[in-house]
Unconditional design. Structure first.
Length: 296
């Protein structure tokens, strides 16, 4: 199936660009837009034609004048802007977190491709990424087996996670210097406080919030290796957090307070205190992971 997520992401990005301007303003040239959106000029022309049809732009030769600002309903939903790789990652993670893939389970690429509605090559590429870490074993008949985890593996993983995340936290703190960064941090704070209010019934929702919060910190590093390895870190930590049901609500509530301590320090621009709070949180995560491996 054709993956048009690039077009949809670029369309949304163009709407964001226009949203920061005013009616009557002129957009840049097609080459300039292609550079800003990081797509081909052909894709830019397709986007511009749609925006003209929707009444957002008036195009007269090379002149592209903004007629009105974009509306929320004109954006493609986030789920439609995912690339095949992102879609496979999200759905495979869901299989793990929902307990549909236990250690020792056989993974069939054809079956997953049909289930996720992507190509088998997208499935194979994703699984190959994890095979390097010994999490997935490829069999001669092209099937894959989801492996279990050991205490030594958990310890090594925790060491790397702490090393990467403490370094990434410095970059994340630096990214909060502008309005967009502060807005992101406020949004995370509000989500944590809201979940805390609903913790008695919605404690399962913490896993998704935890993943987004830590991914935002690690992505701020701009380091491709940290970003790639965080996929493995996220998979294992969240898999085991949900696999171990003992004191799950209490553990999640404690983790929310630990996140809020990091956020509070970052709000005040106190990086040393943020690092101390992060170290405390990562220590808790290490202990929880080790307990879950032993129980498993």
């Amino acid at each position: 199936m054709k993956d048009n997520s690039v077009y949809k992401r670029s369309h949304n990005a163009c709407l964001d660009l226009i949203g920061g301007m005013a009616p009557g303003d002129l957009l840049g040239s097609e080459p300039a837009l292609a550079g800003q959106l990081e797509v081909s000029r052909t894709t830019v022309r397709t986007i511009l034609a749609r925006l003209a049809d929707d009444g957002v732009l008036h195009i007269d030769g090379r002149e592209k004048r903004i007629l009105r600002l974009p509306r929320d309903e004109e954006y493609f939903p986030d789920v439609e802007t995912e690339s095949s790789a992102e879609l496979v990652e999200r759905k495979f993670m869901a299989l793990i977190l929902q307990g549909e893939l236990a250690p020792g389970s056989v993974i069939n690429t054809l079956e997953l491709a049909r289930q996720f509605q992507v190509s088998t090559s997208a499935i194979r590429e994703y699984l190959s990424g994890f095979s390097r870490f010994g999490l997935i074993l490829k069999r001669p008949n092209s099937s894959w087996v989801f492996q279990g985890f050991t205490s030594s593996f958990a310890l090594e993983l925790s060491d790397i996670r702490e090393l990467f995340e403490m370094q990434s936290l410095e970059h994340f703190a630096a990214s909060l210097s502008d309005g967009a960064g502060q807005a992101k941090l406020r949004a995370f704070k509000e989500e944590h406080i809201d979940l805390l209010r609903r913790i008695e019934t919605d404690f399962h929702s913490f896993s998704e919030l935890d993943e987004r919060f830590h991914r935002a910190i690690n992505d701020a590093s701009g380091n491709r290796f940290i970003r790639e390895f965080y996929d493995v870190i996220s998979l294992i930590f969240h898999y085991h957090f949900q696999w171990s049901k003992v004191d799950e609500r209490e553990r999640n509530e404690v983790a929310i307070h630990e996140h809020l301590a990091i956020i509070a320090a970052l709000e005040q621009g106190d990086l040393p205190r943020a690092k101390k709070a992060a170290a405390n949180h990562l220590k808790s995560a290490r202990e929880t992971l080790l307990r879950s491996v032993v129980r498993g």
